[in-house]
Design a binder for this molecule. Structure first.
Ligand SMILES: Nc1ncnc2c1ncn2[C@@H]1O[C@H](COP(=O)(O)OP(=O)(O)OP(=O)(O)O)[C@@H](O)[C@H]1O
Ligand SMILES: [Mg+2]
Length: 263
C-alpha cells in the first residue's frame, strides 16, 4: 500500500550528542491504523515522531512510506504539536489558509477561505475565530484550530505529539471525541500516530498501542484493540478486560524504569 509505514532497524542519536536515543526499532504501520505511542518522559517519543515527519534523519535503519524512504517534511504527513503550532502573528484563519495554500497552490483565494471556514466549523468553532490571533483564543480553541489545519490539508498520515496534554479534563475529552469522529468519518481513513503519556487516552483512541522503554528506547510492549471492541469512555473504568489491559500497560511503562533504578 502507498501509505503503509515500514520502520526497519532504526536507531537514532542527535548529531550534537553521541548518546543513542532510539535503538533497533522495527515497526510496520498499515494505512488507516490509529496507533498510540506510550512511554516515560524523555524516552524519545517526540524524537520518533519527528523522524516519521522527516524533520530528523535516522542514524541507521530506514523509514519507508510505501516504497519511498522518508526525506524531509511533506504534505502527506500533517503534524499537530502540543504547543498548537500556530504562528502567533497571524490570525487563526491566516494560519489555516497558509496550510491550505501549500496544499492547493492553484486554487483561488475565495474558495480556500470557504474551505478554511468549513474546517473551522467542522471542529466546532464559529466564524469569528477566523479573525482572531492565537493569543486571543483559549488553549482548547487553539488546539481545535490546529486540528482544523491538519484535517484541512487532509494528509493520509497525521502525526500528533501529546496534542491534548495542556488541556483541562473536559476540553480534552471533547477533543478526543472530536478527533475520533473526524477520523472515523473519513472513507479513506487517515493513519494516526499519536504520542501520549496518558494510558486512558491511548485506550480510548487507539487500535494499537506501542510502549517505548527507557532511552535508548525500543518497543518493549505492543497490543491491539480490535475496532469492534473500541471501549467507550463510560466503559473504561468498568470493563474488567480494559482494566486488566490498563494495569498491564502501566506495569509495562514502569517496568523498565524500576529495573533501571534498582541497577
Ligand atoms: N535537539 C536535541 N538535541 C539533543 N538531544 C535532544 C534534542 N531533543 C531531544 N533530545 C534528547 O532526546 C531524548 C528524548 O527526547 P524526546 O523529546 O524525544 O522525549 P519524549 O519521550 O518526547 O519526552 P516527553 O514525554 O517529556 O515529551 C532526551 O534525552 C532529550 O534530552
Ligand atoms: Mg515529547
Amino acid at each position: 500500500m502507498m501509505h503503509d509505514l515500514k520502520i526497519k532497524d532504526l536507531s537514532f542519536s542527535y548529531k550534537n550528542d553521541s548518546k543513542l536515543i532510539l535503538k533497533d526499532i522495527n515497526l510496520d504501520i498499515k494505512a488507516g491504523e490509529f496507533v498510540c505511542l506510550l512511554g516515560q518522559s524523555g524516552c524519545g517519543k517526540s524524537t520518533f515522531l519527528r523522524l516519521l515527519a522527516g524533520l530528523e534523519t535516522s542514524t541507521t535503519g530506514t523509514i519507508l512510506l510505501g516504497d519511498e524512504p522518508i526525506k524531509g517534511a511533506s504534505l502527506s504527513r500533517g503534524i499537530v504539536f502540543q504547543d498548537y503550532g500556530l504562528f502567533p502573528w497571524m490570525t487563526a484563519g491566516e494560519n489555516i489558509m497558509l496550510a491550505l495554500k501549500q496544499k492547493f497552490p492553484n486554487q483561488d483565494k475565495k474558495k480556500l477561505k470557504c474551505l478554511a471556514l468549513n474546517t473551522l466549523k467542522s471542529v466546532g468553532l464559529d466564524e469569528s475565530v477566523y479573525r482572531k490571533l492565537p493569543k486571543e483564543l483559549s488553549g482548547g480553541m487553539k488546539q481545535r484550530c490546529a486540528i482544523a489545519q491538519a484535517f484541512g490539508i487532509d494528509p493520509p498520515i497525521l502525526l500528533m505529539d501529546e496534542p491534548f496534554g495542556a488541556l483541562d479534563a473536559v476540553t480534552r475529552a471533547r477533543l478526543q471525541d472530536l478527533l475520533l469522529k473526524l477520523w472515523s468519518q473519513d472513507s479513506q481513513k487517515k493513519t494516526v500516530f499519536f504520542v501520549t503519556h496518558d494510558v486512558d487516552e491511548a485506550l480510548l483512541l487507539a487500535n494499537r498501542i506501542i510502549v517505548f522503554g527507557q532511552s535508548p528506547s525500543s518497543i518493549i510492549y505492543e497490543c491491539s484493540i480490535s475496532p469492534d471492541k473500541r471501549f467507550t469512555r463510560e466503559a473504561q473504568f468498568e470493563n474488567p478486560e480494559i482494566m486488566e489491559l490498563r494495569n498491564n500497560l502501566i506495569f509495562q511503562i514502569n517496568r523498565d524504569v524500576t529495573s533501571r533504578i534498582s541497577n
